[in-house]
Design a protein around this ligand. Structure first.
Ligand code: C5P
Length: 232
């Protein structure tokens, strides 16, 4: 799949979501449906976005015992989405179970494992989560586990993309949230600009509020596309 910008459509209901999409004048987008919109609207919103010929990243971040995750992934395989997430912290067996569940329907849903959330800093990792390794080590380890367990790639900060590519191989996808032009003083900590993400090797970037909160979402999206892909 070609490198692209994924818009995180963190809206609270279908009306807001469809109104946002309508601004793009039927352009085919790559949209992320996350927990808020999915909990509000259920699978219908995913099928609706697909029927409009958008690519869909379903970001449910599954994290449970392997049997439960496999069964959930089996259901997700029926939606025909392009990407879905699990938490790498669920362990290798859980990631493999997700892969097995997804293969229930022969479609091309990519499985991505969330390494360490881009809202987590080294300080939180050490002091709150009591993980004594460096953040980079933890991310790298999760990426290796994810690859061994059959995932197609990971969710990571652009700051970690180059190292992940080095240890896991060029074809292993690095999908990166935490994209900011300037410090936004929000919950994202390990951030970079779209251009830096391109230079650091991210295959996809996931951008939410810088687009959805903008007064000119289409203009902002086009600017991010240009900066990330290096062309229009
Ligand atoms: O609004 P913002 O650009 O911060 O949105 C980033 C999106 O990426 C959010 O929808 C968030 O759920 C998602 N995400 C993340 N960090 C991860 C995985 C997903 O920020 N590790």
């Amino acid at each position: 799949m070609a490198r692209d910008v994924i818009i995180a459509c963190d809206f609270s209901n279908r009306i807001e979501f469809l109104e946002f999409l309508s601004k793009f004048n039927k352009r085919k987008l790559f949209v992320k449906v996350g927990l808020e919109l999915f909990c509000s609207e259920g699978p219908d919103i995913v099928l609706r976005a697909k029927s409009m010929e958008n690519k869909v990243f379903l970001d449910l971040k599954l994290h449970d015992i392997p049997n439960t995750v496999e069964k959930a992934a089996r259901k997700i395989s029926e939606f025909g989405v392009d990407m879905v997430t699990v938490h790498a912290a669920g362990g290798r067996e859980m990631i493999s179970a997700a892969k097995k569940g997804l293969s229930f329907r022969k479609n091309s849903t990519l499985l991505l494992a969330v390494t360490v959330l881009t809202s987590i800093s080294q300080e939180i990792l050490t002091k709150e989560l009591l993980i004594n390794n460096t953040l980079d080590e933890v991310v790298k380890n999760y990426a290796l586990d994810a690859r061994e367990s059959g995932a197609d790639g990971v969710i990571c900060s652009p700051l970690e993309a180059a190292e992940i590519k080095r240890v896991c191989g060029r074809d292993f996808l690095a999908v990166s949230p935490g994209i900011r032009y300037e410090s936004a003083n929000d919950d994202q900590v390990r951030v970079s600009t779209p251009k830096q993400a391109r230079e650091l090797g991210s295959d996809f970037i996931v951008v939410g509020r810088p687009i959805t909160n903008s007064r000119d979402p289409v203009g902002q999206y086009d600017k991010i596309i240009k900066d990330f892909l290096g062309k229009m």
